[in-house]
Design a protein around this ligand. Structure first.
Ligand code: IMP
Ligand code: MG
Length: 332
């Protein structure tokens, strides 16, 4: 590690949750910081159980990991409390005093806006909640009685841990193509989702980052409306084994083949130093559950080689199945 940013390379749902849980089980990670908001669901398979986490950091699978929600994040109180109970992390999770709050009214505003509906938002209300923060009328975590036991200064904790050489993971949400700044505007989410924004939301400065790990799925998906280069019909996606439904909203995900030029651009904007490619077994079924690079068929190796060539950085982790440990780890 020691301080690593995990960022989505396409439109979210690249499998960041799986990569985070793998790292947290392997390293071990001392501190894991969630950014973003409740619209993003990170799917984690752990001990045969499936978790779709909207608020609790994916590092929870590591029993000693301190879990934090950053000051730039946007907290849904009921969802947070529900997940804390579900994952049993009450004694090791903290929320920054200054994280802003997303309320039921924001969801109502989101769902009743013709404009937002046209963008295919998740309906959680993240856009309206961020608008309120920008207007400086939003509630903060420190204003909420139920959050009192969890309040902390995340930047202090994170930088303190980094200074001691501990392993710190900054967990991004969605992907660069949904970024308010770099994505397919206006078909984007209400915030920047780049690696720089993840650092900013966690309260960790750029000089403290050792690795930026960009996560790509072996094919691309997006939910909601907006461009998806190379999109294939649903029937074709089903035939190829690429068809997915959203972990958060249950909506169909649209899909397209991997776009190497987009991957290059995404790696550049994020300043990525390493790549993780997930779901390689969906492109090459004989890869399923492989743990060694040598086990991969020639065409799969060629695909990985092309990703590295285009992006100019190494593919260090390769996902070959849904469980956290279904991974080829090429790091030394
Ligand atoms: P919003 O973030 O709910 O405002 O939705 C804006 C766009 O981002 C829509 O296209 C959503 O489908 C997409 N989006 C938001 N969160 C996620 C996510 O976690 N995964 C994938 N797409 C997302
Ligand atoms: Mg997701």
């Amino acid at each position: 590690m020691p301080c690593t940013v995990i960022v989505g390379g396409f439109w979210g749902d690249e499998g960041k949750g799986k990569i985070i849980s793998y790292l947290a089980l392997k390293e071990p990670v001392d501190v894991c910081i969630r950014t973003g908001s409740v619209n993003a669901a990170h799917t984690i398979w752990y001990n045969g159980k499936r978790y779709a986490l909207h608020m609790v950091p994916g590092g929870f699978v590591q029993g000693k990991c301190r879990l934090l929600v950053g000051p730039g994040a946007n907290v849904h109180v009921a969802q947070f409390l529900k997940e804390v109970a579900e994952t049993g992390v009450k004694n090791r999770i903290g929320v920054d005093n200054q994280a802003s709050i997303i309320e039921e009214k924001h969801s109502i505003q989101d769902k009743s806006s013709v404009h937002l509906k046209g963008l295919g938002t998740t309906g959680w209300g993240v856009g309206p909640a961020i608008e309120e923060r920008v207007r400086r009328t939003a509630k903060l975590a420190k204003d909420i009685a139920e959050l009192k036991p969890y309040l902390t200064d995340v930047s202090e904790e994170a930088n303190g841990a980094i200074a001691k050489g501990k392993n710190v993971l900054l967990e991004g949400t969605q992907g660069i193509m949904l970024s308010l700044f770099y994505g397919t505007y206006p078909y984007v989410t209400g915030r920047d989702t780049s690696a720089s924004a993840i650092c900013s939301e966690a309260g960790v400065g750029p000089t403290k980052i050792d690795n930026v790990l960009v996560v790509f799925k072996a094919f691309m998906t997006r939910v909601g409306t907006g461009p998806l280069p190379g999109e294939i019909p649903k029937e074709e996606a089903q035939k190829r084994g690429w068809f997915e439904t959203a972990a958060g909203t249950g909506r169909d995900r649209r899909s397209a083949p991997f776009d190497f030029e987009l991957a290059r651009k995404s790696s550049t904007i994020n300043g990525a130093t390493q790549i993780a490619v997930t779901k390689l077994d969906c492109l090459y079924p004989t890869c399923r559950s492989a743990k060694k690079y040598e086990e991969l068929p020639e065409e799969a190796k060629q695909f990985i080689g092309n990703v590295e060539k285009q992006a100019g950085i190494p593919v260090v982790l390769i996902g070959t199945g849904p469980e956290a440990l279904d991974i080829i780890d090429r790091r030394k």
